[in-house]
Design a protein around this ligand. Structure first.
Ligand code: HBI
Ligand code: FE
Length: 268
């Protein structure tokens, strides 16, 4: 891949986006912006409001970084797609969020496995404006490099998956979305809150570490935080002993329940 330095960053190539690319962004943006009020958490709404993100075109990462960096010290760096775990963790540990610079095609609007610029910028960046999430994701990067050395990468990846990607949080008005994988997907923004099919379980760190996840379909289980501040506690927790304990148990399947689970119903 051209333009790839050791850290896989490339230039966003904003001038190379086609009118079709910007049109896909506009469609996705308009769908989600109409759907998310009353579904996205307060931090997401607040972050989005303060960023130069709108439906007119794919945002320029330089313009986003001018707002994001003074706010939480984070910056967005363009990458061609998924990057190796150790590269990903090193970026996060240094408050650099790798974002795909490409956008999905008009015939794959609803979901794609590879994080494109809509998933990363619309889904993740508003939450990077929140100091708690900003600190948590940096701690995740630091922890990721250590987890690899402990052979526990998969356990930590589950924590990221069920929080940063597919997390729900309880607010006064009910359950709300903070996970980027939900916030950037039309069908999952509806399903995660409205469907009676998935389990919604009160967040428990060791429970999440034991829970497998699927990357190719709607989630079968969502974990619900009482508050985003819980992520701060996680960032301060030494996961080392928890990894050891977790590796002694069988993992749970994505849709499996455990006797110790605190189930949350939809209207919680
Ligand atoms: N690369 N660009 C990109 N984005 C991701 O979300 C990402 C990645 N590489 C690895 C990865 N996520 C996960 O496998 C780790 O969180 C474990
Ligand atoms: Fe993501």
């Amino acid at each position: 891949m051209t333009g790839k330095q050791g850290d896989w960053t490339i230039d966003q190539g904003w001038a190379t986006y086609t009118p079709q690319d910007h049109a896909v962004w506009q469609t996705l943006y308009e769908h989600q912006t109409a759907l998310l009020p009353g579904r996205a958490c307060a931090a997401f709404v607040d972050g989005m409001k303060r960023l130069p993100i709108d439906g007119s075109q794919i945002p320029d990462f330089r313009a986003l970084n001018e707002v994001l960096m003074p706010q939480t010290g984070w910056q967005i760096v363009a990458v061609p797609g998924l990057v190796p775990d150790d590269v990903f963790f090193d970026h996060l540990a240094n408050r650099r969020f790798p974002s795909g610079n490409f956008i999905r095609k008009a015939d794959q609007l609803d979901y794609l496995q590879e994080p494109d610029v809509f998933h990363d910028v619309f889904g993740h960046v508003p939450m990077l404006m929140n100091p708690v999430m900003a600190d948590f994701i940096q701690a995740y990067g630091v922890g990721g490099l250590r987890a690899q050395s402990l052979g526990a990468l998969e356990l930590l990846a589950r924590v990221y998956w069920y929080t940063v990607e597919f997390g729900l949080v309880r607010e006064a008005g009910g359950l709300r979305i903070y996970g980027a994988g939900i916030a950037s997907s039309f069908s999952e923004s509806v399903y995660a809150l409205d469907s009676a099919v998935p389990h919604r379980i009160r967040f428990d760190l060791q429970r999440v570490m034991r829970t497998l996840y699927r990357i190719d379909d709607l989630q079968e289980t969502y974990f619900v935080l009482d508050s985003l501040d819980t992520l701060l506690d996680l960032a301060k927790t030494d996961f080392g002993p928890l990894y050891a304990d977790c590796l002694r148990h069988e993992p749970l399947k994505p849709g499996e329940l455990d006797a110790a689970d605190t189930l949350i119903n939809q209207s919680a």
